[in-house]
Design a protein around this ligand. Structure first.
Ligand SMILES: Cc1cc2nc3c(=O)[nH]c(=O)nc-3n(C[C@H](O)[C@H](O)[C@H](O)COP(=O)(O)OP(=O)(O)OC[C@H]3O[C@@H](n4cnc5c(N)ncnc54)[C@H](O)[C@@H]3O)c2cc1C
Length: 279
């Protein structure tokens, strides 16, 4: 349970952090440490250099910006949970945040850290996919933007390269027709199946993000297509939700078999849609 030796840096600017990342081979960014530190203690990760983003003041904020809401990568789960701005303008995030782990995890763990870590059972990926969020990533050549649909590449692998830092996540404003429902692993709270639904009742469209069920989070596009242009009734939602795993192979592990995860995905898709439609 003791990590291997490493050098520690706490830069005070993003430029310095990027420079350190470029200069040090085998360096890792540290955000809240709630995934990286346990991995280091188990020696699943053995970085030679740690670059702690905790000293950079301007990576932690939630603000309205150009018709969207911009969230700094170092914003904690608790800061999102307690944000009046998000409760008003993007309530999916304030509904999801309290469902993550426990108080200690939410006080230290960060939005950006969770998204870059891309644990297949993490909650945030379902929400950012359903919201079609935009990610801003800084690297040696400047900044680039990536849409949520292109961000999650494989299990625990994202579009953020080893020499890059995720700086900001931008989400659209929505009304209250949203919901996040999950079936949690009892000890950790991680999602065995988690479904985020974002409805546009006027345009009669639904966006559905699913986590926990497959090696990487995904949009349930077969469900979305089935519902497009239709009135949301208990029957239309029931019929569409059956398609929740049409595009993926469900995971099976010690927590749940593939068959059980498939069942949970369909049931939670139906419940998330029903709840969002009722709001
Ligand atoms: C007991 C326990 C229960 C938990 N329960 C849940 C749960 O129910 N749901 C859930 O979703 N999560 C859960 N988590 C995970 C938690 O949400 C962590 O906050 C999250 O996984 C990682 O965020 P972090 O800020 O701690 O990142 P860190 O552990 O510091 O970093 C994680 C990885 O991301 C990289 N990284 C971090 N930030 C950046 C950045 N800005 N740019 C580039 N790379 C970066 C790091 O190098 C590292 O590889 C739990 C964790 C614990 C310990």
């Amino acid at each position: 349970m003791i990590p291997s030796a490493f050098d520690y840096h706490r830069p005070s600017s993003l430029d310095d952090a990027l420079r350190l990342l470029g200069q040090n081979e085998d360096a890792k960014i540290l955000a809240g440490g709630h995934s990286l530190v346990p991995a280091m203690k188990l020696r699943l990760a053995q970085p030679k250099t740690i670059i702690d983003l905790g000293g950079i003041a301007n990576l932690n904020y939630i603000r309205e910006q150009g018709g969207q809401i911009a969230i700094g990568a170092m914003t904690t789960h608790f800061e999102i949970e307690s944000s009046d701005l998000l409760r008003e303008l993007c309530p999916l995030l304030t509904e999801l945040a309290p469902k993550i782990g426990d108080v200690q995890v939410r006080n230290r763990g960060t939005f950006g850290g969770s998204l870059v870590h891309a644990d297949p059972a993490a909650d945030w990926p379902a929400a950012v996919l359903a919201l079609d969020a935009e990610f801003e990533i800084a690297g040696p050549a400047g900044r680039r933007k990536v849409r949520a649909g292109d961000f999650f590449l494989e299990m625990m692998q994202t579009a953020v390269q080893p020499n890059e830092i995720l700086c900001e996540i931008r989400v659209p404003k929505t009304d209250r027709s949203v919901a996040y429902i999950k079936f949690a692993q009892k000890a950790s709270g991680f999602a065995i199946a988690g479904v985020a639904a974002v409805l546009n009742k006027t345009g009669r469209t639904a966006a559905i993000g699913v986590t926990g069920v497959a090696p990487k989070p995904y949009r349930a596009t077969a469900v979305e297509m089935e519902l497009r242009g239709k009135e949301l009734t208990l029957e239309s939602i029931r019929v569409a939700s059956v398609k929740a795993i049409d595009e993926i192979e469900p995971l099976g592990d010690i927590h749940a078999s593939a068959e059980f995860r498939a069942h949970l995905a369909r049931v939670h898709c139906r419940r998330a849609l029903e709840l969002a439609a009722s709001r």
